[in-house]
Write a protein that binds this ligand. Structure first.
Ligand code: ZN
Length: 423
């Protein structure tokens, strides 16, 4: 392939991605607006018109903000690659009085700053304007800044060693470096899985044991019935940051924990809580988590092999905006290839999104069916109605937008299936 045809291919893929995303956003906005004035028949009497309209307005506000952010991201990516800004960063970091490994680390640091500069204003606006306007935000600016500082330190503490190992393997481990890098990546993910519940999550939230009472008895009975070994039931102070509710599993093996947001506990009764937990338990029992990890392991092996191939081709560098005179120096720095590859890859994998979303929605249906068998379909349907209302999730998404992006099936489809199972 020539550098100019790869440039053209990348530009076409980027333009196609932006075009599809704009089209989907326009469809979603129009669909939600068209159904704003009437609660869908399946929810009549259970959700008030005011709540339905709040969900429509919240969905539209987030969609509009997401659209601006997507355009900014695409413009930044185009400026970095085709516009030559990344090539400048390569030249600057290459002139630093440091070893080649640290020049590459500086390159990643510079990219992280660019990414922070383009994403932080959106994150701030989403929290303090959009979430605030709809009554969901509970964060203060101080907490937001503290989260940002902790998140940055954590990313450095965990990410820097991984980056150093991968760069070292790319440089010194020979032709099969990508296989070793893949093993290092898998080991890293395992480490994060172990550290997340015990070290990382407690940096951001408080975890208290689920207090004794009806809720705890119901949850323990369900876990015993399903033969689920867990090392603890916890309540997380999710209300510190937002009014949205959730429940999740974390950790693996015998160290699994069940975590409920305090916002969820405050809202659901015993039956509903049991049904929501049964759904989450379904994901574990049906091996959804293991399947997802297996798929992502397969994908990362394929991507690393692709990177190992692409980084030996001059067109890969020049096609993504590296100045021709700089290409030989860039090819001697594995960090350049790694950074360019991670910038360009999402543009080419965007088209697989509907497939991943479909796979995820199939798992959601299976977990719902599991909950219907082990707890109560009716109680899960009731809990979902409450959660949709509390989270102001739209009940009337555009079908194509939903098919493309949504990891969960549309509310009406999910609840209709549960109600069919309940009778
Ligand atoms: Zn689920």
């Amino acid at each position: 392939m020539s550098a100019s045809s790869f440039s053209l291919l990348f530009a076409a893929a980027l333009a196609a991605m932006v075009g599809v995303r704009l089209w989907l956003a326009a469809r979603q906005l129009a669909h939600v607006a068209r159904h704003r004035d009437r609660v869908p028949a399946a929810f009549a009497g259970r959700i008030a018109l005011a709540a339905h309209q709040k969900a429509a307005d919240y969905t539209a506000a987030r969609q509009r903000l997401g659209r601006v952010e997507m355009l900014v991201d695409a413009a930044v990516l185009a400026a970095l690659t085709l516009g030559g800004a990344f090539s400048l960063l390569v030249a600057w970091t290459g002139a630093l009085p440091a070893g080649p490994l640290w020049q590459d680390v500086a390159l990643f640091g510079a990219l992280a700053l660019v990414s922070a500069a383009s994403s932080l204003p959106f994150s701030w606006y989403a929290t303090f304007v959009v979430e605030e306007r709809f009554g969901f935000n509970r964060m203060t600016l101080g907490l937001w800044l503290a989260d940002l500082a902790k998140g940055t330190l954590l990313a450095i503490a965990l990410g820097l060693p991984l980056l150093l190992v991968v760069l070292w393997l790319m440089r010194d481990a020979g032709g099969a470096w990508w296989l070793w890098a893949w093993l290092a990546w898998m080991a890293f993910q395992l480490l994060v899985l172990v550290l997340y519940p015990t070290v990382i999550a407690p940096l951001f939230n408080r975890f208290d044991p689920l207090p004794t009472g009806e809720a705890r008895e119901r949850v323990e009975a369900l876990l015993a019935r399903c033969g689920f070994a867990s090392s603890g039931l916890y309540v997380m102070d999710g209300s510190r940051r937002s009014g949205h509710g959730n429940a999740y599993f974390t950790g693996f093996g015998r160290a699994k924990r069940v975590v409920f947001f305090d916002t969820l506990l405050a809202r659901l009764d015993g039956d509903e809580l049991e049904a929501v937990l049964a759904h989450e338990l379904g994901h574990y029992k049906l091996r959804h988590i293991a399947k997802r990890i297996a798929w992502s392991a397969l994908a990362s092996a394929a991507f690393l092999a692709l990177l190992a191939w692409a980084m030996r081709a001059p067109w890969f560098y020049e096609g993504l905006g590296i100045a021709p005179a700089l290409v030989p120096a860039a090819m001697a720095r594995p960090g350049v290839a790694l950074a360019l590859f991670s910038l360009a890859l999402p543009v080419f994998t965007f088209g697989f999104r509907p497939v991943a979303a479909l796979y995820s929605r199939r798992h959601e249906f299976e977990a719902d069916a599991f909950a219907a068998r082990t707890a109560s379909a009716g109680a899960l349907a009731q809990a979902l109605v409450k959660l949709y209302e509390d989270n102001a999730a739209t009940l009337t998404p555009d079908p194509i937008h939903s098919a493309f992006y949504d990891s969960h099936p549309p509310a009406a489809v999910r609840i209709a299936r549960l109600q069919a199972a309940a009778v």
